[in-house]
Design a protein. Sequence first.
Length: 280
Amino acid sequence: MESAGQRPAAGGALFFSRGGPPGRAICCYILAVPRPELSERLGASLLSTSPSDVGDADVVGGHDELDGSFDIDDDLAFANPTILHPERRSRDPLTLPVLALNRHFHPVQVTTARRAFLLLFGGAAHAIDEAGEVHDFPSWRRLPVRDSDDGLPIIGGSLRVPRVLHLRRYERVRRPTVRLSRRNVMLRDAHQCQYCSKRPPVRDLNIDHVVPRSRGGVDSWENLVTACRPCNLRKGRRTPEEASMRLLRAPTAPRWSASMLLLLGRPEPFKEWEPFLKSA
């Protein structure tokens, strides 16, 4: 059995302690790592996400590939302020966000620490520290966990959670295309009802067709807006003009930069991300 400080020659596992005070593990869990010849495939597969838009059959959803459109990583809680706020980082450190860069140091995805450790330990990626130094797993394992870092308890100590990951062989750059979805329509409208300007809880918001589908309205950025339930019921199957309800602004497709797309739903980036997001 390898410890967390060793890298196996042909596959292996990471062993992490969890649940007890420092130095006293109540239990352990294992992250299996594939053989080195699979590392290139691992770099692509672990960064792809699954469909995440639920609750509105009117808006088309789809699989979010690395070479496709941008969306929120399913492993991160959507618009959850506890993700990046240091004072609230009491959650599982393996779910913390990590910025992934392609071979040319261009941001391609925000993934989780769990995936980052798999890529780092398997040799498919290197971690980058706050000074811009690149580390393989043995080098990263030797770095101390400071007060400003997030630490993962492991057998024999603690492992610093990386915040930036460099994929050694991945060369693709994600196209800055925003997928039409319930979630992204609400983000475009800042979770604000486009008829009354109120901002109720997300659970009380709906997606409204400006021109109802029963009248030939289609699913498009120009025909979908965020609406609170009372306004949605009041409008019914009428157009805004027929219901005497004026839109706050004309709906259009959002023009978000690549950096903005990566940060959608996240309150603030880590300072280690900033040099790479500026170049996106």
